[in-house]
Write a new protein. Sequence first.
Length: 358
Amino acid sequence: MAEQSLVSGGEEPEERVIEAALRPKNLHDFVGQHRVRKQLALVLEASKMRGRSADHVLMSGPPGLGKTTLAMIIAAEMNAPLRISSGPAIQHAGDLAAILSSLSEGEVLFLDEIHRMSRPAEEMLYMAMEDFRVDIVVGKGAGATAIPLELPPFTLVGATTRAGLLPGPLRDRFGFTGHLEFYSVAELELVLRRSAGLLDLKVNSAGFTEIAGRSRGTPRIANRLLRRVRDWALVHGIDQIDARSASAALDMYEVDQRGLDRLDRSVLEALITKFNGGPVGLSTLAIAVGEEPETVETVAEPFLVREGLLGRTPRGRIAMASAWTHLGYAVPSGVFGQETLALFDEEENHAESVDTIG
């Protein structure tokens, strides 16, 4: 069983409790995502002025960026109750019908990982979203009867980490779609300052910058690392956390300056030392690092690919030139990433020559 990673997107039950305490309660306190926040504020304000439930909202983006928090804020801004469920929990149309039939007028229904909902439930949701009605089928075979059930107006907030898996008919029924982007270091520092205030922690600017730089652009991870640094400082009797103490704490937890953890470095180390940089298949790579293929693919790979450290090709995974450099290895000739850099250099030199001739 894989150990819980400090920089993974998932949450343990006790982590969820602490995360809930740190969640902003309104759009004004929500840090980052300026475009989505501005658009969503307009949608909610217009709905309140019309005296109607807000349009259905779809939030997409990687884990930990604030999709659940925004769903809670939508309910709070509309002064409406919030019902929370998830796609994997709705495997039958009857499961969805039971939830929908118990909603009150104006209630906000949040479905996390909505792309993992079963197809029969998905098709029932089409009518519920558009006409606020569902057909309950009673009986089987030739004697089956469809009983229409009217639903009170409600707002569905769907969250997905894989928007491409949502069928077009479902995606088109959302009145507003927001894609959440990874946070900059400056935005994460604002998130950490707010969290530190709620946790009554003393952290200087350099300390915030150090933690933010190792947080993979994700607020959930930033808050988690902040709490681990808090624990380290408490045990070592440090009153104010600075860059040096934050760095020492995160080094102990094996989170390096680029945000890579033990699993990330193990994947790159295996690619470089055991397979000469690749390409190598996912299953073989997973065996080499002692993890399940799904863990490597869903936990480590997205960040490594985004950072330009790992590449995915039809023949398998490869270590990019920057991965060799980051782990302190000399980059051999022919490694992926070198040719691209050389090509850019040639284009720049050619452009300079043309400018000179002109």
